[in-house]
Design a protein around this ligand. Sequence first.
Ligand SMILES: [Zn+2]
Length: 420
Amino acid sequence: MSIANPVATASMRINGERLWQSLMDLARIGATPKGGVCRLALSALDGQGRDLVVGWAREAGLSVTIDQIGNVFMRRPGRNNSLPPIMTGSHIDTQPTGGKFDGNYGVLAGLEVMRTLNDHGIQTEAPMELAFWTNEEGSRFVPVMMGSGVFRGAFTLAHAYAATDVDGKTVKDELQKIGYLGPEVPGQHPIGAYFETHIEQGPVLEDHGKTIGIVTGVLGIRWYDCIVEGLEAHAGPTPMHLRRDALQVATRLMQEVVACAGRHGPEGRGTVGMVQVFPNSRNVIPGQVKFSIDLRNDSDAACDAMDADIRGVAEALSRETGLAIRLDLVSSFPAQPFHPDCVNAVALGAEALGYSSMRCVSGAGHDAVYMAQLAPAGMIFIPCKDGISHNEVEDADPAHITAGCNVLLHAMLERAGVVG
Ligand SMILES: [Zn+2]
């Protein structure tokens, strides 16, 4: 779809002050003393936050529909309403010690796009929609990305309904209580293309001094449990050459996890985050070490290559030392590349607006991952201060907030088409 009248929209910009004000207004609901936000999914505060956003959407003339998992869709009609909508969205639930921007930015940037189109009296060819998805954070209820996951069909509505919080309250009851158990069947809602604007939640953009991250995809993940079996013995009487020290072998393998990430760059990641030493006693040679391995990369092939690499290293180490090493894959999430058309729309938008930009990957999951399995999708990242997120001190520069929203506006217009 092409823009019928590019001159009319090329100079169009969102209202950064209005967007910032909306972010601050929403952040007052569930505000924490340290400047963050605590608005857990489907809590009374989440209900208030939802009401505020939906109220703003109605004021902007958007029509609102709600599905059975509480996902909310706010629609601005186009000229041809038989076309699937160009959608943007994110989430407004937060972590217990969350910030003002994670998720909220993506939702309110979408609202600001709609307000801007109204200001300029723009009619798009395809309709546009703004969505917020239920329980993205997964803090109060598991699984994470619940609303978009049910919409995608990754798990059933019944499974999501049955999830309980620590007090035994269910998702279905809590949806009902805040008035967001809607009638629409999740997933019965076509999408033409999906964009999500988000703070990066990492340090790469800031490190490169770039304003816009053109997100090419989300990293695939492999989680392993590793066990090295040695032999417990007294630290004094056992000479060095007769030991079967599980920790000494395990630490060599841990170093290899990091080295493996380096061998499969630039997006390879390798982390050992959890270690248990048995018996964990000062004067006993460790008899067993259990540790976690988290490997990530930007394609399933690269994840497979890292898997083969680390298994090969573990086998060689086991042969050399005579200690048994077990490596069990416990979880795996495929890499999710974004659609070239959407990635290009973001790149073109950033370029046309004169913002510095770079291609990057997302190391964290987002609702856009599920949307990418249903429709062409893409993401726009902006820097956050010191790369910090899921923290009350989470912060972002108002100029970057504005820039990301302008890119969203132009990327959505490029996909929706403008009636000239
Ligand atoms: Zn988020």
